[in-house]
Design a protein around this ligand. Structure first.
Ligand code: UAG
Ligand code: ATP
Ligand code: API
Ligand code: MG
Length: 487
């Protein structure tokens, strides 16, 4: 669709200056990406205001502008359209421009603090295994079938989202599983999308730098469910105290899942060990190689979504027992010397607590638990002492280190973390800001049978320091170090 008037349909227009019957070849919200005959959408952002770049966009070829405030300098021959919210309008415009691809695919969105990547990746793998063509948007990677497209965000901007959705439809994908981050909901990256199913995993402490209060964070997640259509199904975790809060104002049909409370989709943990989980779903025992009680929640959500989408119970349960774990999520190896090393993306207090309680539940004897953990720079500072406290209380030794320091001083981040260490636990805490060195020291400290947890970066293949990404891989460093220790 490229008539400006059609592209702007439903975008919340309050004022127009210029011709609406013009042909637009491309849409952009960043002046640096504007090409000839484009529509430029000016957005007030976190760091700067896109309205400042309107003239630059026109010089680069924009012929139409969507903005929240009519500029003082109007350029002759350019169409200016004022809308009540540019970021909301962008989602609608992107969807119109790409012919509403979300209407032509079964779009499933999963939100929550933890478990989004795991759930959508398992859904992608399950549906692919059962012979469907599937698309994926995740923190780790985006996929059209098995073709990988690098992911820059957990939930991409509306233009990338709709463009890739269109490509998925063209490639014959019947389903698309996507992560819906709270940033994406607040910034209206998902406005205009037609979700068939929406899942809620849980909500715990995270991103308070951005949302400011936990209440605002809950409200942001709830907004996803508020915007669902009456044809959609919302599936929420009933064991989370905010599970039903999500669906208070939704038009969607509501279904629940859980382990503890009465739920439409109920799961029981029969066995939980380093060999995987045995779950009881729908009165049938199913083994999975995924480890950890929290994965029972992820798997019952996978099951519930698959059943709501009309799949066969036995086919789904058989598929679940064949699923492999997700990269960087409780990824574990055993060295020849008998040291167990785990890489996990736990970067929130709740995730870290879950991973450490899983380790406590699955370890067989009184082996030592050695945890290497850091916190990201330019992110929620209030989680730093909490994560350090959880690590110290649940490990025999902890090494505080850097995650992605970004623009911050790693030693300052470690100092923030140290504030959470209970005095009686301080003797078991070391601080080594060089992450590679911290991992190596942890390996050297470990003895046969000990469990080494390297938390926070999971699948990430880089470390971001001062705006630059340097190659870095927790698992590689562990493998290399443990191999050398053997000699
Ligand atoms: C804080 C945040 O989320 N920022 C996102 C936001 O950018 P912004 O609105 O703040 O942009 P800005 O720099 O203030 O610029 C304002 C406007 O001016 C435009 N501009 C700017 C400069 C210029 O020369 N010309 C120009 O037109 C920009 O394109 C933008 O439209 O909108 C952009 C487009 O969608 C995002 O790329 C950007 O993500 C930044 C890079 C980011 O780091 N986001 C993270 C926090 C994030 O989104 N994370 C979540 C996952 C979180 C989780 O659940 O774990 C995610 O979904 O990835
Ligand atoms: N259902 C769950 N409940 C609590 N913790 C979980 C759950 N699933 C996974 N985790 C923990 O959280 C970490 C992150 O999991 P995952 O990547 O699936 O979450 P996410 O929601 O995609 O995170 P992000 O917001 O960074 O995209 C895992 O490495 C694990 O430690
Ligand atoms: N989506 C999260 C990922 C955090 C991962 C952790 N390794 C970090 O860099 O803080 C964020 O951008 O806040
Ligand atoms: Mg994710």
């Amino acid at each position: 669709m490229n008539n400006l008037k059609d592209i702007l349909y439903d975008s919340g227009i309050t004022k127009v200056n210029g011709e609406l019957n013009v042909v637009v070849q491309a849409i952009a919200f960043d002046s640096r990406e504007v090409a000839a005959d484009s529509l430029f959408i000016a957005i007030k952002g976190e760091k700067t205001d896109g309205h400042q770049f309107i003239d630059k966009a026109i010089v680069s070829g924009a012929i139409a502008i969507v903005c929240e405030v009519m500029p003082e300098n109007i350029v002759e021959g350019i169409t200016y359209v004022v809308v009540s919210s540019s970021s909301y309008a962008l989602g609608i415009i992107a969807s119109n421009f790409y012919d509403h691809p979300s209407n032509d695919i079964n779009l499933v969105g999963v939100t929550g603090t933890n478990g989004k990547t795991t759930t959508v990746t398992l859904l992608h793998d399950l549906f692919t295994m059962l012979g469907y063509h599937v698309g994926l948007f995740s923190t780790v990677v985006n996929k059209i079938g098995n073709v990988e497209i690098p992911a820059t965000h957990t939930t991409p901007d509306p233009i990338v989202l709709n463009k890739l959705l269109k490509e998925m439809v063209t490639a014959g994908c019947e389903y698309c599983f996507m992560e819906v981050s709270s940033h994406a909901i607040s910034q209206h990256r998902i406005s205009g999308l037609n979700f068939r199913v929406a899942g809620f995993s849980n909500i715990t402490h995270e991103h308070l730098d951005y949302h400011k209060t936990f209440k605002a964070y809950i409200k942001a997640k709830k907004a996803f469910f508020d915007q669902l259509s009456s044809k959609a199904t919302a599936i929420v975790n009933i064991d989370d105290v905010n599970g039903l809060v999500m669906t208070q104002n939704t038009s969607a049909t509501v279904a629940t899942f859980g382990l503890k409370n009465m739920a439409d989709y109920k799961v029981k943990i029969v066995e939980n060990s380093f060999n995987g989980l045995v779950l009881n779903i729908n009165n049938k025992d199913v083994w999975t190689r995924l480890i950890g009680g929290f994965n029972a929640y992820n798997l019952i959500l996978v099951y519930a979504i698959a059943i709501e989408l009309g799949l066969d119970v036995l086919e789904v349960l058989t598929g679940i027992s064949k699923l492999k774990s997700v990269e960087g999520r409780f990824e574990y190896m055993k060295s020849d010397k008998g040291i167990i090393a785990i890489v996990d993306y736990a970067h929130t207090p709740d995730a870290l607590a879950n991973v450490l309680s899983t380790i406590a539940a699955v370890r067989t004897k009184n082996e030592k638990v050695i945890t290497v953990v850091g916190c990201g720079g330019d992110r929620d500072k209030t989680k730093r002492p909490l994560m350090a406290k959880i690590a110290a209380e649940n490990s025999d030794k902890i090494i505080l280190t850097s995650d992605n320091p970004r623009s911050e001083n790693p030693d300052e981040i470690i100092l923030d973390m140290k504030k959470g260490i209970p005095v009686e636990r301080s003797a078991r805490v070391m601080a080594i800001s060089d992450r590679a060195e911290a991992i190596k020291v942890a390996c050297a400290l470990a003895e046969k049978g000990d469990i080494l947890l390297v938390a926070g970066k999971g699948h990430e293949k880089y470390q971001e320091i001062n705006g630059k990404r340097f190659p870095f891989d927790d698992l590689e460093i562990l493998k290399e170090t443990l191999k050398n220790l053997q000699k």
